[in-house]
Design a protein around this ligand. Structure first.
Ligand code: 6PG
Length: 478
């Protein structure tokens, strides 16, 4: 056993425990700690033999077990528990020690904690970790943010435990302050959009094409061999193929249709609203979970509100392929929007995010890992200042090829009364984005009418106001 551990992990629920085991599996001595001592004891019993672990019962023992500068990974529930741990650690730490919050913290909290810790000479890092329990153990995607010098102290450990794709670890320093947790937040937002699009495809295949879960599972399995190849498409096939032990029916048919959420999708949507970035795919996905939660209201409304009900008799031959293409095109839009949001945030916060690197570290380990991200990485390699991914020839063509099918799916779903908020809003975004002259001229006219908010003219500089309710003349205001 090493005299002092190279790194510590506090918070030994599954994610923390698995991260500690992953680190130890690389030959790194790890000190482990949990607020409830029984958890530490259990951890040492279950996994102590796997590596060079020091189980610490008290926070004092934990800190004392670490070499300097101390590197402490905090893996507790986002919110107040993180502040609680920092408060407890602070008096025991020395100048230059590093606290690493590897949970799903909201980035403004990370910015605040970075400043608070700095007052005590402690270096704080907000690190996004994606991949769920299995990823934490076998290789997650890691999005470290914070002081680059602090990162240099843990870089070797992080890159050694991260997933690897084509020889490249899925871990790169994202940027200062809250950048790491910001990027993880957008990752989760994209995860919401991806999942919602999959759910809409499943709904159409069930209710419009009239297929059962097993058949749809096979379709997803097949889709996973093409452009859509990704972890989420792969596990959709597996979830749909699972039979319920109790009833013998497909498990998915006995799961209640109410989606839970822990907040990261909502944060992404709120942040996009603040930045003025249209983030329709992710935001509709968040709203769709909200609508799913209104189960009792939906039950009443289903017996009251008029509208068509799909009969599940649509000719399947072309429909299945149309849905695949609609899913792909909508996915391109969701990623284009998420990356546009990161670009805007990077400019706003001076983070200098390397968007190609973000696509690179999302290729493995994380929940949204997909083939497709190689294309996004290539796009930014060629055009680092790209406004919108849709403008890169690969994606321009992909959507151009898919759009007829996409439009047919939106029409069919609308005619048959199937809600497809992410498919349809993505298509509207696409059509809006490719419209040179939209209808906002009228919005400006109305705003000027009721509030003298002024408008610009297409034929000259300056701002103008029309005296709508007076003599109808136009005046230049600046
Ligand atoms: C990940 C996941 C992980 C978690 C989500 C689930 O990247 O490993 O995103 O962070 O599973 O937070 O989010 P919801 O509970 O909000 O769906």
């Amino acid at each position: 056993m090493a005299e002092k551990s190279r790194i510590g992990v506090t918070g030994l629920a599954v994610m923390g425990a698995n991260l500690a085991r992953n680190i130890a599996s690389r030959g790194v001595p790890v000190a482990v700690h949990n607020r409830t001592t029984a958890k530490t004891t259990q951890f040492m019993q279950d996994y102590g033999h796997e590596g060079d672990f020091t189980g610490a019962e008290s926070t004092e023992d934990f800190v004392a077990a670490l070499e300097k500068p101390r590197r402490i990974i905090v893996m507790v529930k986002a919110g107040k528990p993180v502040d609680g741990v920092i408060e407890e650690l602070t008096p025991l730490l020395d100048e230059g020690d590093i606290i690493i919050d590897a949970g799903n913290s909201h980035f403004p909290d990370t910015v605040r904690r970075t400043a608070e810790c700095a007052e005590n000479g402690i270096r704080f890092m907000g690190v996004g970790v994606s991949g769920g329990e299995e990823g934490a153990l076998l290789g997650p995607s890691i999005m470290p943010g914070g002081d680059p010098e602090a990162y240099a102290e843990v870089e070797d450990v992080f890159t050694s435990i991260a997933a690897v794709v084509d020889g490249t670890p899925c871990c790169v320093h994202v940027g200062p302050g809250g950048a790491g947790h910001y990027v993880k937040m957008v990752h989760n937002g994209i995860e919401y959009a991806d999942i919602q699009l999959i759910a809409e495809a499943y709904d159409l295949l069930t209710r419009v094409a009239g297929l059962d879960a097993t058949a749809i599972g096979k379709i997803f399995e097949e889709w996973n061999t093409g452009d859509l190849e990704s972890f989420l498409i792969e596990i959709t096939g597996k979830v749909l193929a699972k039979t319920d032990e109790k009833t013998g029916r497909p498990l998915v048919d006995v799961i209640v249709d109410q989606a839970g959420q822990k907040g990261t999708g909502t944060w992404t949507a709120i942040d996009a609203l603040g930045l003025g970035i249209p983030l329709t795919g992710i935001t509709e996905a968040v709203f769709a979970r909200g609508l799913s939660a209104l189960r009792d209201e939906r039950k009443k409304a289903s017996a009251t509100l008029a509208g068509p009900s799909p009969e599940g008799k649509e000719d399947r031959t072309d429909l299945v392929e149309d849905i695949r293409q609609a899913l792909y095109a909508s996915k391109v839009v969701a990623y284009a929007q998420g990356f546009a949001q990161m670009r805007a945030a990077s400019i706003e916060n001076g983070w200098d995010l390397d968007l190609g690197a973000m696509a690179t570290i999302w290729r493995g380990g994380c929940i949204i890992r997909a083939q497709f991200l190689n294309r996004i990485r290539d796009a930014y390699a060629e055009h680092p200042d790209l406004d919108n991914l849709l403008m890169v020839p690969y994606f321009t063509e992909a959507v151009a090829n898919a759009q007829d099918a996409w439009r047919r799916v939106v029409v069919t779903a609308t005619e048959q009364g199937v809600a497809i908020p992410a498919f349809s809003s993505s298509l509207s975004y696409y059509d809006g984005y490719r419209t040179e002259r939209g209808p906002a001229n009228l919005i400006q006219g109305l705003r000027d009418f009721f509030g003298a908010h002024t408008y610009k003219r297409i034929d000259g500089e300056g701002s103008f106001h029309t005296r709508w309710s007076q003599d109808g003349t136009e005046v230049q205001t600046d």
